[in-house]
Design a binder for this molecule. Structure first.
Ligand code: SF4
Length: 422
């Protein structure tokens, strides 16, 4: 199985039209995947490529349409590029050395300034004054920092887990001329990307802090009509793999065999269950055994779990006419479908007795205007990176809307939240 999307760092190329993004993208992936031409706006929709960026590891590289695209359709492309930028762990900002213009780029809201960035000054032939361009980039970064500071003053609670792209030694700038030095340019760019990626805080393991090597974990996996044929789903596979990596003795049962397994297996340290059967599992598992769910493990790895727990407790404050956004991060005929569209709405209506409205979003379509919602319930986000998830949590924070996720909401709605470990 290839590395899941949620475990790959997102590297997003951006820049003005015709700055050479697609040439850099093709150079990085060592293929001609993105169309390259000498006229403006060649790349319309984002182009994705999964690769191992050695010696760092698995990444997703995204080529985007020009950030300065124009017209009605151009604006739609820019909107798509912005979504990619929002999801990025690392930006690669491609600049045409012959046409550097820092004034017309995406500065207005400052929302992208916290991302680590490698600046690639492309088409950089011998007569280019590199020092001049370097000082222009530095002043551009200063301007960014000011916008960022102003934003943070306005949003005092906003936290961002990303480190600054411009380190104390100065911004990471690579001067390239693909005409005269393709392989040398590739080497320099990859070294810069690896440098910054390696300096980012590593993601916390799914089960870190909940269990120790040599402990026993029991996983509860319902195999019903919703379960995919012949395989386990990604969150289950990842938890099993982490247990094995850590030297945890891991066993698996269906919910139907749980009672017997608990009787026969002796001491168990941690039970991890699918959220769908939380209530049934909680009623069988003795209070002396730690209990959690796959969805809660992802919530603590990828998001701010305390904030998500506070979000779930907001359910008791809902009133008639309130609107909830249910956000699933991939569009699929999924085994989660009934959790988001049917089970959680029904449980909330039953628990609160209120007349609540629900909206649904899928994939990257996390609504732009969150202010009309009283609560956001995000799926487990197994396809999302931690930074994708934190963007969503921070956007909810900035809009003043509580946010929780499926697993935490289900634990709250079934009365199990006070006994789960996270
Ligand atoms: S909807 Fe969310 S939790 Fe379900 S598979 Fe997609 S990303 Fe993972």
């Amino acid at each position: 199985m290839s590395t899941p999307l949620g475990n790959r760092k997102n590297i997003v190329l951006l820049g003005r039209r015709n700055s050479g993004k697609s040439s850099i993208f093709n150079l990085l992936i060592d293929q001609d995947k993105s169309i390259v031409a000498d006229y403006l706006g060649t790349t319309t929709d984002p182009v994705y490529h999964m690769m191992e960026l050695l010696p760092y590891g698995p990444v997703k590289i995204v080529d985007t349409a020009g950030i300065d695209d124009e017209g009605l359709v151009g604006q739609k492309r820019v909107d798509k590029t912005r979504l990619e930028i929002e999801d990025a762990d690392l930006l690669v900002y491609v600049i045409d050395a012959n046409d550097f213009c820092s004034e017309d780029i995406y500065l207005e809201d400052g929302s992208m300034v916290a991302k680590p960035t490698v600046y690639i000054v492309n088409k950089c032939h011998d007569s280019i004054d590199r020092d001049h361009i370097k000082s222009k980039i530095e002043s551009y970064i200063e301007k960014y920092k000011q916008v960022k500071e102003d934003n943070e003053k306005n949003n005092k609670n906003e936290k961002n887990s990303s480190k600054e792209g411009a380190s104390k030694e100065g911004p990471s700038i690579v001067f390239t001329d693909l005409v005269s030095s393709r392989q040398e340019s590739r080497k320099l760019i990859i070294e810069s990307l690896v440098d910054i990626l390696s300096s980012l805080e590593p993601d916390r393991g799914l089960i870190d802090g909940l269990i120790r090597p040599g402990d026993k974990a029991l996983l509860v996996v319902p195999i019903d009509s919703e379960a995919p044929k012949g395989r386990l789903i990604l969150p289950q596979v990842q938890v099993i793999r982490e247990c094995l990596d850590m030297g945890v003795m891991v066993s698996l049962v269906r919910d139907l065999e749980l009672k017997r397994a608990l009787e026969e297996m002796g001491h168990i340290d941690l039970v991890i269950t699918d959220s769908q059967v939380f209530k049934e599992v909680a009623s069988l598992v003795n209070e002396s055994i730690d209990l959690t769910s796959f969805s809660i493990l992802f919530a603590r790895q990828k998001g701010d779990i305390d904030h998500l727990v506070r979000g779930a407790r907001h359910i008791e404050k809902l009133r008639d006419g309130d609107r909830i956004l249910i956000a699933e991060s991939c569009s699929h005929t999924s085994n989660h479908e009934d959790i988001g569209t049917v089970k959680i709405p029904n449980l909330i209506r039953n628990k609160t007795g209120k007349d609540i409205e629900f909206d649904f979003s899928h994939g990257k379509d996390f609504k732009r205007d969150l202010s009309k919602y009283s609560l956001i319930i995000q799926c487990g986000g197994c396809m999302l990176t931690r930074s994708n998830m934190m963007v969503r949590i921070n956007r909810a924070r900035m809009a003043g809307v509580p946010i929780t996720n499926y697993g935490v909401a289900l634990a709250y709605l079934t009365g199990a939240l006070d006994r789960v470990v996270y």
